[in-house]
Design a protein around this ligand. Structure first.
Ligand code: UDP
Length: 381
């Protein structure tokens, strides 16, 4: 079994971390996940018996969206961490950087220890998401990797457009454990637990609370939908977006939506909650690199409306497996919700088609085999 040293800068379970959890599982006997800060992600790894170690370096900002340059400008402070990773990596076949700041450390450590570098790109390296400088640094370092795994064709294309090497990048979608979706709980029980009346039409939004994730668009859309439509916001501000959370609460009060919106915070029972929802909305206002929540909704058999940009366009075929609406367009989103309310049979049919497709395209067992094959090529190089 390949010996892998995984690196991730975050202690919090965002999409990239949850993806890593599934990738690392088959390597639990031979790998180590090194996190730059401690947090609930460590517990999730430990629960799966995946060895984890906290690098605990103050020099690397905890916030995902803080500058890469900031990371690099303190390179002298990073040296102990780089040395530690370089030394550690000598016991492994390869270094697998799962986030941008871990790429900074991983790339230099890989140079020192002569261990091949793999970079899992979970971002769209466009100017919507990154400054030109950060993008240049990320691409320059990623180009030193033996392999870049892009989480969608959109991420792959943006990488190449930003100067990334075509010959090292492969698109591999996130994989999901299909067993988790086999026995879903009855909607009624969970609705009761949450104090939601049976006749409500529950719209779920599962995402960290962050301006570009567009929860404010859903709140406004709700004002164009019948009273029976209510929204559950599942997720929290993971990377310091507290201002936005306050704004969302203020918006709920301003629009008189207190009785129609529930903030549930970060939850570990997303699958059960999604299965309870009458539909799931994905509301990102700029291109989503992949959009795990979209696939999860499909696997739960819950109708999905997503915004037509980035990876989401590769996941949803509008009118067949869900609906796509223009990013940031309140009226279109409201119209899509109203369509699902008015045409339940039609939307159930789409959800069923989405479920069949998602089981084929995003089976974690198959995706893990694809990754294993790519990694074995890296080692043989
Ligand atoms: N998620 C979760 N609990 C929450 C909200 C979200 O476990 O309360 C999960 C969600 O199920 C998905 C991931 O967080 O697997 C978010 O991934 P996505 O690709 O949608 O967005 P990202 O966070 O990577 O931008």
């Amino acid at each position: 079994m390949t010996k892998i040293l995984f690196l991730d800068q975050s202690g919090k379970p965002g999409g990239a971390e949850l993806c890593l959890l599934d990738i690392a599982k088959p390597y639990r006997d031979t790998c180590l996940v090194s996190l730059f800060v401690d947090g609930p992600f460590r517990q999730l790894l430990e629960k799966q018996q995946i060895p984890v170690q906290i690098l605990a370096t103050k020099a690397i900002g905890v916030r995902k969206e803080s500058g890469l340059l900031q990371g690099l400008s303190s390179i002298r402070e990073l040296l102990p961490a780089i040395n530690r990773i370089a030394n550690l990596s000598r016991n492994y076949d390869l270094i697998y950087a799962n986030t941008q700041k871990s790429l900074v450390i991983g790339a230099i450590a890989s140079f020192l220890s002569r261990r091949p570098l793999v970079y899992h790109l979970h971002d769209i390296l466009s100017l919507d998401h990154f400054s030109a400088t950060n993008r240049r640094i990320a691409v320059t370092l990623a180009n030193r990797a033996a392999l870049v795994i892009a989480n969608s064709q959109a991420s792959q294309a943006a990488f190449i457009a930003a100067g990334g090497r075509k010959d090292i990048v492969e698109c591999v979608y996130n994989g999901f454990n299909l067993e988790l979706y086999q026995h879903l709980p009855a909607a009624t029980a969970i609705k009761q637990q949450l104090g939601i009346e049976e006749d409500k039409f529950v719209v779920g939004n599962f995402s960290r609370l962050s301006p570009w994730k567009g929860q404010h668009i859903l709140l406004e859309a709700l004002t164009h939908c019948p009273e029976k439509a209510i929204a559950l916001l599942i997720g929290d501000a993971l990377f310091g977006e507290q201002d936005y959370v306050q704004k969302l609460h203020a918006q709920v009060a301003e629009l008189n939506l207190e009785h129609r919106v529930k903030f549930l915070g970060f939850r570990n029972d997303v699958t059960s909650l999604m299965a309870t929802c009458d539909m799931v909305t994905h509301t990102s206002t700029i291109a989503e690199p992949f959009g795990r929540v979209i696939v999860e909704a499909m696997l739960c058999g819950t109708p999905i409306v997503a915004t037509s940009a980035g990876g989401a366009q590769e996941l949803v075929e509008s009118g067949k497996t869900g609906l796509l609406v223009a990013p940031g367009d309140v009226k279109e989103l409201a119209a899509a919700i109203n369509t699902c309310i008015a045409q339940p049979e039609q939307s159930a049919k789409m959800a069923q088609a989405a479920n069949v497709q998602a089981r084929q395209r995003f089976d974690g067992a198959i995706i893990n085999q694809q990754i294993a094959q790519l990694l074995s090529k890296v080692i043989k190089k």
